[in-house]
Design a protein around this ligand. Structure first.
Ligand SMILES: [Zn+2]
Length: 491
């Protein structure tokens, strides 16, 4: 490969040259959403981060199998294997089947990901569709002596595992830290040790989602699905496992323990984690009242929002920060992103208009190498964007007539600008990227209603009715008032 990609491996806490196990094939697994409610801003970040990795690896010539799962069972409300299943709880509250809740939220998620121009993964497995594989995983761990059965549930024996392996090698925690931060909750008497985690849970009588197993009618522990499905679709060892930083502990630490305890070795060569999004400097959370869903961002319908933000504004805003840095949401930051992105689209349009000269008075050749170097340096998207802004200044100079460019340089500049802006960063022009278009269409409707008013004054009922009927057919609702006509579009 011409451009040597380096990625930050959380496991070794450093950037490493990316060498796939079986080039040109790359196996990549990313933890997807738990679909108990609508996706929020926090879901957009891992989706976009691993989307640009998927796009870039594909662009470099790799054949990527990208697996991103849907968690639809086993994710309990509390970390310590306690509380109700998040999906079962939502189903109970809304009096729906759990799978209705799952289907509805998966449908929404897909639509929102499409809006954000996030490419669909190669395989999107559901946890509930892989119960057999998860039971097999638990059997292997039991057989190897790293788990025990207790009242129909099966728990991973962390203390025993830690004697010969390093539980905490990904998160950097040692077992004492884990114990000090583990809450002791009711029902933990089933566990030998509070640091143990559930591989299989015996279902309580009221629990709807349950499957037969050698131990009880129950359901798998949350961490099992990613180990079982990663192995099924990507093999015993694969290249990349990604997710949000909040998943490093316990989820990914437990995944490593499960893989090692079941097959004697870890499954993953490169662990990658995106940082979190804060809102006005504080953590986002339902209980904090600063929780913004993607739908609310797209519609502007939330008390914290001064306006609607288009999906591409959100995408650009997220890409303006390196994926390992925090991103702080604020209206000002989003508005700045909106402006910045429209400057890039303006440059992209201007690029098409430029007429080549005989010679180039400016050097545009560095753009391509600079952009590749930034992307290959652990997906440094903010640096790629800054190079695109440098190119924008050059494009503006050419348009203003203060610089010239020859045909060969122009073609190269057009290709590189387009490649990084749309193919690799995955930005696409939106019809209503600003409200100008809608405003223009609205003014046309106003103009028609003025014409209708003139027709009415002239008692030209045929024209007046024609305008009204046509607008109504198109979905406009016209209301005549003393001050004139009002309209709204019912679409
Ligand atoms: Zn996972």
């Amino acid at each position: 490969m011409e451009h040597q990609l380096t990625i930050y491996n959380t496991l070794h806490r450093k950037k490493e040259i990316f060498v796939p196990l079986h080039a040109p094939h790359v196996g990549m697994y990313v933890c997807g959403p738990t679909v108990y409610s609508d996706a929020h801003l926090g879901h957009a970040r891992p989706a976009i981060t691993f989307d640009i990795l998927f796009r870039y690896l594909t662009h470099l010539g790799y054949q990527v199998r990208y697996v991103r799962n849907i968690t639809d069972v086993g994710h309990l409300e509390h970390d310590a294997d306690e509380g109700e299943d998040k999906i079962a709880k939502r189903a109970r509250l809304e009096q729906l089947e759990p799978m209705e809740v799952v289907q509805r939220n998966v449908n929404h998620y897909h639509k929102e990901m499409e809006s954000l121009n996030v490419l669909p993964p190669s395989i999107e497995p559901h946890a509930s569709g892989h119960i057999i594989e998860q039971i097999e995983l638990v059997k292997e761990i039991l057989k190897n002596g790293y788990a025990y059965e207790s009242k129909g549930s099966v728990y991973f024996d962390v203390q025993k595992y830690n004697k010969t392996h390093n539980y905490g090698k990904l998160s950097g925690r040692n077992l004492d830290d884990v114990l000090n931060t583990t809450r002791t909750l009711d029902g933990q008497s089933e566990k030998r040790d509070p640091s143990d985690f559930a591989l299989w849970k015996c279902a309580q009588p009221e629990h709807i989602m349950r499957w037969p197993s050698p131990w009880s009618n129950g359901f798998p522990g949350w961490h099992c699905e990613c180990t079982a499905m990663g192995k099924k679709y990507l093999g015993d060892t694969f290249d990349i496992h990604g997710g949000g930083m909040d998943l490093i502990f316990p989820h990914h630490e437990c995944e490593i323990a499960q893989a090692v305890a079941s097959q004697g070795k870890d499954m993953v060569n490169y662990w990658m984690h995106n940082n979190m999004i804060t809102i006005n400097g504080t953590k986002m959370g339902k209980s904090l009242g600063n929780f913004i869903t993607l739908q609310e961002l797209f519609s502007g319908n939330h008390p914290l929002l001064e306006q609607a933000y288009s999906p591409m504004t959100i995408r650009f805003f997220i890409l303006q920060a390196h994926y390992r840095s925090t991103v702080d949401f604020s209206n000002e930051a989003l508005q700045a992103a909106e402006k910045g992105l429209s400057r890039l689209w303006e440059a992209s349009k201007n690029l098409k208009k430029i007429v080549a000269s005989a010679t180039s008075s400016i050097d545009t050749s560095a753009l391509k190498e600079n952009c590749y170097a930034a992307m290959s340096d652990d997906l440094n998207s903010p640096i790629v964007i800054s190079h695109l802004f440098d190119a924008t200044r050059q494009i503006n100079q050419i348009i203003a007539g203060t610089a010239t460019i020859n045909q060969a340089d122009l073609t190269a500049l057009q290709e590189t600008f387009h490649l990084f802006l749309t193919d690799i960063l995955g930005l696409r022009e939106e019809l209503s990227s600003n409200n100008e278009r809608e405003l223009a269409f609205g003014q046309v409707v106003d103009l028609l209603l003025e014409q209708r008013h003139v027709a009415k004054v002239n008692k030209d009922w045929a024209t007046s009715d024609k305008i009204r009927n046509t607008l109504t057919e198109l979905g406009f609702e016209i209301k005549d008032t003393k001050e004139g006509s009002e309209w709204k579009l019912n679409k």
